[in-house]
Every structure is written in structure tokens, then in C-alpha cells.
Design a binder for this molecule. Sequence first.
Ligand SMILES: Cc1ncc(C[n+]2csc(CCOP(=O)(O)OP(=O)(O)O)c2C)c(N)n1
Length: 491
Amino acid sequence: MKSDSDTPLHEAPRDDRDGPHIKRVQGMYDVFDRSGTPSRATHYCAGCGHGLAHKLIMEAVVELGLQDRTVMVNPIGCAVFGYYYWDVGNIGAAHGRAPAIATAISRGRPGTVVISYQGDGDLAAIGFNQAFQAASRGERMVTFFINNATYGMTGGQMAPTTLPGQKTATSPRGRTLANDGYPVHVCEVFNTLPAPLFIARCSLADTARIMQARRAIRRALELQRDGKGYALVELLSPCPTNIGGDSAAAVRFVNEQLEAEFPLAAFRDRGNEAPPPPPRPPRGDLNAYFSEGETATAAPADGAAPEELRLKFGGAGGQGVLSLGLCVAEAGRYAGRCATWFPTYGPEQRGGAAACSVVLAGASVGSPVVDKPQVLVCLNEPALRRYAPELAPGGTLIYEAAVPAAALPELPAAVRVLAVPAAALVAQQGMPKAANTLMFAALVWSGVTGLTQAAALAAIAASLRRKPALIARNREVFEAGIAWCEKNLAR
Ligand SMILES: Cc1ncc(C[n+]2csc(CCOP(=O)(O)OP(=O)(O)O)c2C)c(N)n1
């Protein structure tokens, strides 16, 4: 929660200006720090439905006691600045992508009340499939869908909800069915899905309707409070700037025309029939996510140093680069650290470029993306050429020694370089595909990760548990790698 107590203001305190009848909105910041200019003025146009929707949603959030566990996913559109208003957790989504982010938050942080707030361009056009699939999966989130029949932010272009005959910036003679098709009825389409618990269409155009909308918003949020499932509330909303010309005309448009096309309705409320939320999945074991739900037994923590270490692994598809990174992340987890593993796939199944980033940290990992690795392990020349210049100064480079020395790009200052003939060593052992295990050994031997051999071997065993015959052979490769480094490399 942010405080504005030390923010300089050039305006009179709110209570002096507002008079006795306007209730201060709970759950919203007092000052909107937009573009570094503290202000109490909203950026919404007079008569716009967004401000009202913001207020109703936050009132319900506060009344239900959800403020400290609510995350709002802000859209692209007029509500893009939502995070300057809502005093809850906020995150911004690319246009139409709020449902994917909401899904990640909802699944990754069970117990969070997740709100996806979207306009009709955002939800019903560019992001329709995302919203539809999230509803179809019955994600634990509520979508507040602001239908103002236009792309408000960008100047009033035609939206999927624009009415037949309606004039917009991109339909100056009016929307034609032959050219532009029919308006998209989001509630009705989502109402064909089995998973959603609550679907309602309300309006923000006059007091009686606003009271209905208030109840629907509250109900949808109650279902989130109780961890029940997906809810959609569509809010027909006036857009005076683009439709109507003034507030009164915009309200008339919503009441008389928009509502005729999009009748207000409580489509369903299955909240009371919803089963209780499933038990939270256990946190941990990265392998479980990639091995059909099996889990490995964690080796005890080894008390390794908790500093964050950012690593990158590169090579060709089929060389086991991604599994190598996964094993390192898993070994880090066994050592009691937080770990992320972030793969990058080329378009080819085999032979294309493959890379992954791993972050090991004592506390939680901020970003799994590694731009300047402290440690780089390269299994082939293209990866070496591509990633070595990105190494952090003072970092460590471990690379396949079969790559000609001339291919080594210019390196940042003070990089420690370990050339390891992994391909030749594993060929000698009759394990030509195990160069990744050998490189893992070199990485552990280098000491840069602080990982023990025991944690590494436990991670290898976990990753191969569906091919148990390979566990012992990879252990041999690993030990051969340690022995080779001991004999041939300087610490
Ligand atoms: C990927 C992408 N495409 C297009 C845009 C341009 N754009 C910004 S807002 C907007 C329309 C938003 O309309 P709507 O979702 O109806 O919200 P409103 O502004 O009416 O509240 C568009 C097309 C963008 N920012 N990003």
C-alpha cells in the first residue's frame, strides 16, 4: 500500500472541496501520481463509466475485507492507469492479455483475489480467446468487462460491441453487418461454457442500474473471496467523449440503444453449487512440472551460500541443455535455495538453438530472465558466439573444448574460462548423449555455484527416475567429469 503523506499538493484537502455529500472512495489512493504529477483529478472524462466501475469494485473489495489480498490486472485502454487509483496489488498486461496474467497469479498464489479488468476492445477483440479460455478453464478470477461500444482510449474506433449502424471513427457511415459483422455478445458466448460460476450484465448508466451493478460486483468478489471460481461481470458504460458528445447523451445511448442490443441479465449464479477449492499443490520440485506430476525426494539442504547466482546454458536442441539447466535448478532447490528455470526454444525439434536461464537465490527470485549471466555453460559454437559477450565481467565460462579456439568471441573483463572436452569424454564412456551431465560435473567442480556433488547427483537421479537404468551410468559420467577437471584444470 502506498502512502501520500509526504506528497506535496497544490490543492485544498479533499474534504474542503467535496462538500458533505460525496463519500470518500475507500480503497483508492488519495493522490494519483500520474507522470510524477501528484493530482487528485481523475484522468477519466466527465461522465465516463470507468471511474464509477473503479469505485464500485474497490468499495466491494474493501467491504469484503479483501484489499490486502487483491491483485488487479490492468488492461490496455482507457483504464491503463488503473494502478494509479486502486490501492491493491497491481500489474499491467499487454493488450488483451490480462487473463493469462490473472491465471498465473491465481494459480501461483492461491488465496489471492484476482481481478482482470478489461474493455471491449481489450477483451472482445484482441484478447477474446484468452478471456474465453480462462472462462472455459474456470480460473479463480473475476473479469470486469467494460462495454462502452468503442475503443475509447485510441479515439473511438469500432469495437466488437459497436452497434449496427453506429458511427465511429472507423465506421463513419455506421457499422454495416455485411462488412463488419454482428456485435459480439460476450456474456451470451461465455454462458455456453460449463465452468463459469457467475455471469451477469449490468449497466452503469443510472442510479437504479448502478445499484444492480454494485450487487453483481460484490457477488462476483464474494466468490473470489471464497476461492470458488470464474466470474464475469459485464458493465455497459457511457463514453461521452466518443459517443453522444455529452454525459446526458452518453447515458441515453447506453439506456436506449446499447441495452437494447445487450440486455441486462443475471445469466447464472452457480456459486453455491461450486465445490470447495482443491487443496493447494505442494510447492517445490520443478521436475514435477515436467514429468507428469511425479515428485522426487528432496535431498537435505547443504547450507550453501544464499547469494543470487544467474546462469545461462546454451547449445543445440537434443544436447540436453534444457535438462542440464533443470538439473542445476533442482540441485539448487535441494540445497535449500530458491530456483527458477526459464527455457528458450528454437522452432526446430532437433538441432536448432536451445538455451535456458537458471537463477539460484537465497530469497525469492525477482526475475527468471538472465541477461548478463555470471555463469555461462555452452555446449556448441553458436551458443558460445551468441552468449559469451553477454557474460558479466568476472563471470565464469564453461564451454565445449571441441569448439575451435578461434571461435571464442571477445570476452568481458576477468572472465574465468574452463574449456572441457565433454563430447570426447562421454564418447570414450560410450555415453555420447551425456555431455550435459559431464558439463554439470564441470560446473559443480568449478565451485562457482556452491552446489555439492551430492545435491547434483540427487537432481540427476530425479530427472532420470523414469529411466532408472541411466542413473548409474550418468553418475559414472559425472564422476569422470569431476576427475577430469581435478586433473586438468586449475582452480
Ligand atoms: C498490441 C496492441 N495493439 C493495439 C494497441 C492500441 N490500443 C491501445 S488502447 C486500444 C483500444 C482499447 O479499447 P477498449 O479495450 O475498448 O478500452 P477503452 O479504451 O474503451 O476503455 C488499442 C487498440 C496497443 N496498445 N497494443
